[in-house]
Design a binder for this molecule. Structure first.
Ligand SMILES: [Zn+2]
Length: 309
């Protein structure tokens, strides 16, 4: 009997530990961690994803966290009161470490996604992460730990991968990443973000600031033009794509006007360039707020699983 194994065209990283810890309280009442479970469930319901094809990560170890974050900061984040204050979570338990556990789980997922992207040669989506504001000794903007930087340092430690490109299309600049990698020529930070976000801790290797009333057409043009330039000047061995859905016009917090269709075109374009240049790619959701935000990432993963180019 001949059995035909169909390998997935993309992989998903997720674990039930992604569902602990962060309540929808305080400043972040429109950030919904359950949207990732919803995405997973919908992909399975739509028969696009099989449970056996989901990759289950381990939480990030303190040794790995220490590749980026300082000893002093790691000591502080073990205190739930500090974590609640740092993230401005007003009503959350001060008795247990569930918020920290959430971040450790998702950071472990990004690390795991990166190793799998390299070994499987297919795009790997983490259903969480993209905490690009976190700095070695500071939390910022709902980012306690910097999963991207931790994964990059770990990959460099354990593999032959040399040059890493961060493509950050979140509405905000990834100031944690620009700061962490500002003196590291092997990590290229490329960011397109809203021009109201212009107080830099450190500049990216390429910062493109766009106005909030940018049209779909011009937004996509800027992405194509600049990515082409980046890929011709920097020989990347691995890409981290922060696919923030907050430029979407339905976003609750940001003010850009990009349509759902153009968001999908944007996302599929990044994947197609990675494929064209044969560069492994890890995808992280980054920011995205409001009832429709899950749909943007869902439609992206759906297209990747179907092999849309
Ligand atoms: Zn954002």
């Amino acid at each position: 009997m001949i059995s035909i194994f169909r390998k997935p065209k993309a992989y998903i990283v997720f674990s039930s530990e992604y569902l602990v810890g962060v309540s929808t309280y305080g400043d972040h009442n429109s950030f919904d961690i359950y949207k990732y479970k919803r995405i997973r469930d919908q992909l399975i319901t739509d028969k696009l994803l099989k449970l056996k094809h989901i990759l289950y990560p381990q939480p990030c170890s303190y040794n790995d966290i220490n590749l980026v974050h300082t000893n002093n900061y790691i000591r502080k984040i073990k205190d739930p009161v500090f974590v609640n204050q740092a993230l401005k979570i007003e009503v959350n338990s001060v008795w247990d470490n569930t918020v920290l556990e959430y971040y450790k789980a998702v950071c472990g997922g990004t690390v795991f996604a990166a190793f799998n992207a390299i070994s499987l040669g297919k795009p790997v989506f983490n259903l969480g992460g993209g905490f690009h504001h976190a700095q070695p000794d500071k939390a910022e903007g709902f980012c306690l730990l910097n999963d991207i930087a931790i994964a990059i340092r770990k990959i460099k430690l354990k593999t032959e991968i040399k040059n890493i490109l961060i493509v950050d299309l979140d509405y905000h600049q990834g100031n944690g990443n620009t700061k962490i990698f500002k003196d590291d020529a092997s990590v290229f930070t490329f960011s397109i973000h809203a021009d109201c976000w212009n107080k830099f801790d450190a500049v990216a290797n390429l910062d493109v600031l766009v106005s909030s009333d940018l049209s779909d057409r011009e937004y996509l043009r800027q992405i194509r033009l600049n990515l082409k330039e980046v890929l011709s000047s920097f020989k990347a061995d691995l890409i981290f794509y922060i696919a923030g859905s907050d430029p979407y016009k339905g976003d609750n917090l940001a003010d850009m006007k990009i349509s759902r269709k153009a968001m999908l075109q944007r996302n599929v374009y990044i994947l197609s360039k990675a494929r064209e240049h044969k560069i492994p790619i890890v995808v992280l959701p980054g920011g995205g707020y409001g009832p429709d935000s899950w749909l943007i990432y869902y439609e992206f993963i759906k297209a990747a699983l179907k092999g849309v180019q």
